[in-house]
Design a protein around this ligand. Structure first.
Ligand code: ZN
Ligand code: ZN
Length: 498
């Protein structure tokens, strides 16, 4: 029997097998229940169970185990049984677990969390004569969304410190219509690990795998995240309706997508549930055609949409940064109607075999988010705030950052700037990796005359623009374009108030 010793158990606990390790989560979670058992030599090689009751309304059970006597080689095995039967066994190799309808720590079985009598299974493979070991299990029942936010999958911090983090927010695997070549060269449902491997090889900091409407991929993600500990796996889903597609990020809870049924009478009814789940939602490929080639792909709502319920728009889907398939025009029209929506991008990759980097591959385009750290809550906050630019070709190093100053106040992209008395606006710009390309200043959807010289000379350039007399523009933003006018970098607006 393979046995891990305490040092390894401590290491594993930091990787999100059980509840968040100290310092990982902002929540100082107090357990709902603590189960205790004193183990003596008379228990050697015995199997026992500790009953406990799961309250109605519980959607996730998590436990963290600990026991004394490990330095004297006491070893305990753990498992769990629900009202319907066996739900998993981790022996002595894990210090906790979590399980819900859709996902569970490896060794444990996802499935319905029935209220009623459950049993913690406990075995004693070793205890020395004369040794007394105290076992305890901290038990957490998640009923509310706030309690679910303790989940290590949502709270994991892959890297500390503020910075620009690069990711892909749209891709598909075997859990929906993602396909790639098998060992024998047949196209088969593409296992999720291939997507994560590509993202890691691509050097991305975060990804959201967004299979259509389902939550079945979170179980794989829970297994893969501890191994891929440089890539944040943000929970994602493509909410796929007959009126359009929208990506949901940051929650593992079910969102009912069946618009037009008694449960979800219209689009707004669905959107209103998103903030209650702690997530954000983004309209996907709004300029895509609809019809028999791509059913429901375009954004064709059949009722009035409250755009305050939406946080972002996918302005670049795959290679569509320019032209009729670009989402930029749709997004700018919404901005001009007074909405604050963050432009993001997503590859919509359906085949992990597509060579990286290149059109259609994972990370093409890349969404670059300024976040306090590399965790799901921080990336979501960065997107909500509009601290985002889109690198349409998914390079590893192109950068577009800017801030606007007027009347002594400064705002970075995504933020609001008060401009009084028609004051001029000074924009400080930092561009990397775009030698020879050109800056474009856009106000309320219209490109403004170039002042002064807008060509970028060099690979790491700091420059400034002055916009004389702010008139009554609602927003300004920058893009970087190549000679042919192709968008390389798309910046989010600074919102102006007068
Ligand atoms: Zn779609
Ligand atoms: Zn998609």
């Amino acid at each position: 029997m393979l046995r891990f010793f305490p040092a390894i158990l401590i290491l594993l606990s930091g990787l999100g097998f059980g509840m968040p390790a100290a310092g990982q989560s902002g929540t100082a979670a107090k357990p709902d229940l603590v189960l205790r058992k004193t183990i003596r030599y008379t228990d050697y090689h015995h199997l026992m169970s500790i009953p406990f009751d799961v309250p109605a309304g519980t959607v996730r059970i998590s436990m963290r185990f600990s026991y004394t006597g490990q330095e004297q080689r006491t070893a305990l095995d753990m498992g769990i049984q629900g009202p319907e039967g066996f739900r998993g066994w981790s022996g002595g190799d894990k210090d906790g677990f979590t399980l819900s309808l859709a996902d569970a720590t490896p060794s444990y079985l996802p499935g319905p969390i029935s209220p009623g009598r459950w049993r913690l299974l406990l075995g004693v493979p070793n205890i020395r004569p004369g040794v007394v070991s105290e076992f305890s299990a901290q038990v957490y029942f998640d009923r509310s969304v706030a309690e679910e936010m303790r989940d290590p999958l949502l709270q994991l911090r892959v890297r500390s410190g503020p910075g620009w983090y690069r990711g892909d927010l749209h891709m598909h695997t075997a859990h929906s219509d993602g396909a790639c070549k098998s060992q024998n060269g047949r196209m088969v449902p593409c296992p999720l690990f291939r997507t994560v491997e590509d993202a890691a090889a691509r050097g991305l900091d975060f990804i959201a795998i967004t299979d259509h409407n389902t939550e079945s991929h979170y179980d794989d993600e829970r297994e893969l995240q501890p191994y891929f500990d440089r890539v944040l796996l943000m929970p994602g889903r493509e909410i796929t309706t007959y009126q359009g597609h929208a990506n949901l990020f940051g929650t593992t809870r079910f969102l009912d997508f069946r618009i037009g049924t008694d449960e979800v009478p219209n689009l707004n009814a669905m959107l209103r549930r998103v903030s209650g789940l702690g997530g954000i939602i983004s309209i996907n490929h709004p300029a895509a055609p609809s019809g028999e080639n791509c059913m429901g792909c375009g954004w064709l709502p059949e009722s009035t949409v409250d755009y305050h319920l939406i946080q972002a728009v996918e302005v670049v889907n795959g290679r569509n940064a320019d032209g009729a398939r670009s989402g930029v025009g749709f997004w700018e029209k919404l901005l001009n109607e007074g909405n604050h929506l963050t432009a993001i991008g997503g590859s919509d990759n359906h085949d992990a075999d597509i060579a990286i980097p290149g059109p259609g591959s994972i990370g093409y385009p890349t969404t670059v988010v300024y976040a306090d750290n590399l965790s799901t809550p921080a990336i979501l906050d960065g997107i909500r705030a509009g601290h985002v630019f889109v690198d349409t070709e998914g390079t590893r190093d192109r950068l577009l950052e800017y801030s606007a100053t007027a009347g002594g106040h400064t705002a970075m992209m995504g933020d609001a700037l008060e401009v009084k008395d028609n004051a001029s606006i000074h924009i400080s710009v930092h561009v990397k990796g775009a030698d020879g390309a050109r800056l474009a200043l856009i106000a309320d959807g219209v490109e403004q005359p170039a002042t002064p010289e807008m060509t970028i000379h060099g690979n790491d350039v700091r420059t400034a623009l002055d916009v004389a007399g702010s008139t009554a523009h609602m927003w300004i933003r920058l893009e970087v374009r190549n000679d042919a006018g192709h968008r390389l970098l798309i910046g989010n607006p600074v919102y102006l108030s007068h």
